[in-house]
Design a protein around this ligand. Structure first.
Ligand code: AMP
Ligand code: ZN
Length: 119
């Protein structure tokens, strides 16, 4: 039995380029790529390359990494051309949120009027 949580993790595999994705940009800490099932004209996912299952699992000392994800979310919005019209950054966490991929990811959604409250 493997104890390596990253081995079967979809987003770790995308970060390692074992699973193809439309990468927008990356650096040593974060990766931004297109959501495979976009919910808006612009829908990018930003992940830390390090495996963190959910916000609830973020270890002490993750502040900089999570902050880097937010800065990358802003860059993704700019690169998708929705920075001026507005966008939403979403971090689903746990069962009630609908989180299905257990590797922290920030959704960056824009390019249309987004409803509030979310469904
Ligand atoms: P969440 O409900 O926050 O866990 O969202 C997971 C997101 O990952 C969904 O928006 C999916 O469309 C997206 N997703 C799942 N598999 C892939 C993939 N292989 N490449 C890109 N996005 C994906
Ligand atoms: Zn992972």
């Amino acid at each position: 039995m493997s104890l390596d949580k990253t081995a079967d993790c979809l987003f770790c595999r995308i970060a390692r380029k074992e699973v193809p994705a439309k990468v927008l940009f990356e650096d040593d800490r974060v990766l931004a790529f297109e959501d495979i099932r976009p919910q808006a004209p612009a829908h990018v996912l930003v992940i830390p390359k390090a495996h963190i299952a959910s916000l609830e699992d973020a270890p002490a000392g993750s502040e900089e990494l999570l902050g880097a994800c937010l800065v990358a979310a802003r860059r993704a919005a700019r690169e998708k051309g929705v920075d001026a019209t507005g966008y939403r950054v979403v971090l689903n966490t746990g069962p009630d949120s609908g989180q299905v991929v257990f590797h922290v990811h920030f959704h960056v959604l824009g390019g249309r009027r987004l409803g509030w409250p979310p469904g």
